[in-house]
Ligand binder design. Sequence first.
Ligand SMILES: *[C@@H]1O[C@H](CO)[C@@H](O)[C@H](O)[C@H]1NC(C)=O
Ligand SMILES: *[C@@H]1O[C@H](CO)[C@@H](O)[C@H](O)[C@H]1NC(C)=O
Ligand SMILES: *[C@@H]1O[C@H](CO)[C@@H](O)[C@H](O)[C@H]1NC(C)=O
Ligand SMILES: *[C@@H]1O[C@H](CO)[C@@H](O)[C@H](O)[C@H]1NC(C)=O
Ligand SMILES: *[C@@H]1O[C@H](CO)[C@@H](O)[C@H](O)[C@H]1NC(C)=O
Ligand SMILES: *[C@@H]1O[C@H](CO)[C@@H](O)[C@H](O)[C@H]1NC(C)=O
Length: 356
Amino acid sequence: MSVWGHFVAFSKCTALLSLRILLLVPAGLPVHSQGDSLSDNKVMDNITVRQGETLILRCAQGDIVTHTAWLNRSSILYAGDEKWSVDPRVSLVTLNQEEFTIKIENVDMTDEGQYVCAVQTSSRPTTTVIHVLVQVPPKIIDLSRDIVVNEGSNVTLMCQAIGKPEPFISWKRISSSGDLATDDDYLEIPSISRQRAGTYECTAVNDIDTDTQTVDITVNYAPTVSDGRDVGVTLGHRGVLECEADAVPEADFEWYKDDRRLSNGFDGIEIVHTGSLSRLTFFNVSDGDYGNYTCVAINKLGSSHTSFLMYVVIEPTSSTLLQGPKAVQDGNGTAMGVHLDTCLFVIMFIPFLMKF
Ligand SMILES: *[C@@H]1O[C@H](CO)[C@@H](O)[C@H](O)[C@H]1NC(C)=O
Ligand SMILES: *[C@@H]1O[C@H](CO)[C@@H](O)[C@H](O)[C@H]1NC(C)=O
Ligand SMILES: *[C@@H]1O[C@H](CO)[C@@H](O)[C@H](O)[C@H]1NC(C)=O
Ligand SMILES: *[C@@H]1O[C@H](CO)[C@@H](O)[C@H](O)[C@H]1NC(C)=O
Ligand SMILES: *[C@@H]1O[C@H](CO)[C@@H](O)[C@H](O)[C@H]1NC(C)=O
Ligand SMILES: *[C@@H]1O[C@H](CO)[C@@H](O)[C@H](O)[C@H]1NC(C)=O
């Protein structure tokens, strides 16, 4: 152990001995090793400083000081106005009869520890010990990347943070009040459902500050198409069939009339996909257009389909205006409802329908 090392222990006896050597106390000067009352060892309150701030170390002098020094653990930072430390962040602030103050700029975690001010007065040596605690704001240093998984997968998100005091980690899903309270670095979501897709937020908190980051979970699942809604259209009018699919990733659509695949621009039709919706438009419905249509929604996880009937509706007249189009508009979404209401027309056009 070095001579300075003895300061760390700062037992009164050792401190006196070390002081004598450190401060080159003339041998003739009275050092009352047996007189404990003549030596003051003060443990001051802890100083808490945040990373990056400037730490001021102040030490009272008094009496007639012969030698004085500031130490960081076992190394001398300043002996009087003489700088021993090679650290450019350390500098002298004040050295006079009343105080001996140094500062350490841009404090870091490694500066945490014990600092000792050793003073030799004409009468007795004094050591003042200061515990420096360095606080570090939380910082998330390791976070899961955005992920894409298939429904049913087990998902584990990770969030690790540094900071002093050690940060508390919590997770929550943004856009959902349901809290996923977990005080763990890891958030486990077993057999994930599509409802649990979304943006998850990891928060690291300590006494000093908060750090927040987010992870997106995309849950892939096979398409589900809503039931087809049969559509009645008057000959020569515009007809529209709509097919909606819930899928991630978004579905591709295919349209069939019976077994025949339909393509855009074919026979006066237009097929437009907008997100989850595909729309098949007939600009001018002809006899041959009536019949059974099937929409198929496909993504890499699977497919789903539904069928629609496009049936004939008589040209609206004063009498059918009251019944016909209304029936279609009010159509409750169930093909049955439509059929009941339009029973009249179906009967009237049975010969037409027979063609299909
Ligand atoms: C200073 O901090 C240390 C370590 O956290 C603790 O053990 C000690 O009691 C504190 N002293 C004072 C005076 O607060
Ligand atoms: C204090 O000592 C520690 C350990 O040797 C060192 O890492 C740190 O940089 C020192 N700080 C100052 C301000 O000298
Ligand atoms: C998910 O975890 C459960 C329980 O740990 C396990 O039984 C199941 O096989 C896992 N599923 C997948 C897709 O890894
Ligand atoms: C619809 O097609 C028929 C037969 O091809 C044609 O006579 C009629 O003018 C067309 N109507 C419209 C609005 O294009
Ligand atoms: C329409 O076609 C689909 C697929 O070929 C078939 O499953 C369905 O039964 C047909 N619907 C009618 C009303 O014929
Ligand atoms: C839809 O059908 C339900 C019962 O099947 C009925 O109660 C409701 O009034 C209908 N709505 C319309 C708009 O026809």
